[in-house]
Structures are given as C-alpha cells and as structure tokens.
Design a protein around this ligand. Structure first.
Ligand SMILES: O=C1O[C@H](COP(=O)(O)O)[C@@H](O)[C@H](O)[C@H]1O
Length: 240
C-alpha cells in the first residue's frame, strides 16, 4: 500500500457518497474549531458530484460558517463557461448555488471563453493560489478514472511529471475534453488530507494497482501530509 494510505470501504456508490459528505462536513466543522478558515479542493467525476449533492441534503451543512470556507478545484475542463463539461458548473448545480458561500471564496479555474489558452488559465489559477497565501489544502478530494488518472494528471502524460508549479495546462488528454487545467502532483501533496473517491467494478483494477504502489498511475502517487484516505465501494476494492 502506498505511503500512509488507509482504505475505507462502503457497501455501494450511494453509501460512499453519503459517508464522504458527512466526513467532509465534520472535517470542515473540526477545522473551523481550531483555525479561522478552511480550504477545500473539490473534484469532478461521478462520486465527487454525488458527494456534493449529499452535502447539500445534509443537516450538518447548517452548522458551518460558510463565509470561512474557500473552495477550489483539483482540475477543470478548458471549455467555455456554461459548458456542461465544466466541473465547477456541475458543483454549482449540485451544491454551491444553495450555500451561503461568498462569491470571492469560490476559486474557479478559468474557462476557454475567458482565457486565450489553458496555459493562461493555469497561470491565473497559480496567481490566485499565491494571492491567498498558498493555503495548505485542508481537504483535497480526488475522483479517479478507470485509467488511474486523478485531477487531470494522466498516466504517461506530461502533466503528471510537471514540477515547480502549482498548476499545469494539459493538452491531448486521453479523456475528453482534450484541453484541461490541473493542480500538479506537488500541489496535491501539500494537502493536509487527500481523499481519493472511487466506486464501481470499472475502477477495481486501478484501485488494486494503486494501492500496491504502481507509480505508473497518478492515483498511486498522491498523498496528504496528515492523511491519505481511499474512500471506495465494495466493487472498487475487489482487486486489492
Ligand atoms: O475527467 C475527470 O474524471 C475524473 C473521474 O471521473 P469519474 O466519472 O470516472 O468518477 C474526475 O475525478 C476529474 O475531476 C475529472 O475532470
């Protein structure tokens, strides 16, 4: 098993999303009991968005002072604002629109309708991170593709190897859309807590390989400073 990773298995994808939502809310509550602000990095993907929908239904959400919470993204699809592929748009619909979260606390990665290139959007996001004091991500959630990608870091792809930057532009992504913006592995590893969320039999092979330390897979390389959790369902853990 990689680094300090621990695995938490839930019965199915629905239970996984509900439990991850409760874990996220309680972690934010705990964080705000010992510091003034919480920085949470969201993920796109099936479980990631289902988790946000579960957060929106939870009574625990009312216990949080959302003005003290900043939300960020691990990656984004470089398509026009409003495109259904945008991770931030999916998060907005699933959760953010219903929260009393100040707009300045929502740190969206740039869209192709606002930036001439993914490089410019990546540069702007890195600046945003710097302006906010390069916060230690309190919780950083990552979905994982059936190829072992996390955020928009793909196996054998140049973004996975990027160093010396918080954010990278990604071109020719094996998964559409082809142009993306992603946090780098270095940025992900600054997080206090990294939670990889994955459900379903299609993820079983790469969950198994990741937890056995196959560093060809970006998913195997992520870790948090304090905590690395693999939050999975029974199907996804069948090959561990
Ligand atoms: O493209 C992406 O895919 C992954 C995983 O998606 P899933 O639907 O297989 O769960 C996601 O985590 C990432 O943020 C996203 O941009």
């Amino acid at each position: 098993m990689t680094g300090n990773a621990r695995v938490v298995v839930h019965t199915d994808a629905e239970a996984l999303a509900e439990a991850t939502a409760a874990r996220l809310l309680l972690t934010v509550i705990d964080t705000l009991s010992v510091q003034d602000r919480a920085d949470v990095v969201l993920t796109g993907g099936t479980v990631g968005i289902a988790t946000l929908a579960a957060v929106s239904r939870s009574p625990l959400a009312a216990a949080i002072d959302w003005t003290s919470v900043h939300v960020w993204w691990g990656d984004e699809r470089f398509v026009p604002a409003g495109d259904a592929d945008r991770n931030e748009g999916q998060a907005q619909a699933a959760l953010l629109a219903g929260l009393p979260l100040p707009e300045e606390n929502i740190h969206r990665m740039g869209a192709s309708s606002d930036f001439a290139s993914a490089e410019e959007a990546a540069f702007a996001y890195a600046e945003d991170i710097a302006v906010e004091g390069a916060p230690a991500w309190d919780v950083l959630m990552l979905g994982m593709g059936p190829d072992g990608h996390v955020a928009s870091l793909f196996p054998g792809h140049e973004g996975y190897a990027a160093t010396g930057a918080e954010v990278v532009a990604v071109h020719d992504s094996p998964k559409p859309p082809p142009t993306r913006v992603s946090l780098t592995l270095e940025s992900i590893r600054r997080a206090k807590r990294v939670w990889v969320v994955a459900a379903g039999a299609a993820k079983a092979e790469v969950v198994g390989r990741s937890l056995h330390g196959d560093l060809e897979l970006p998913a195997a390389a992520v870790r948090g400073v304090q905590e690395t959790l693999w939050l999975v369902d029974a199907e996804a853990v069948a090959q561990v």
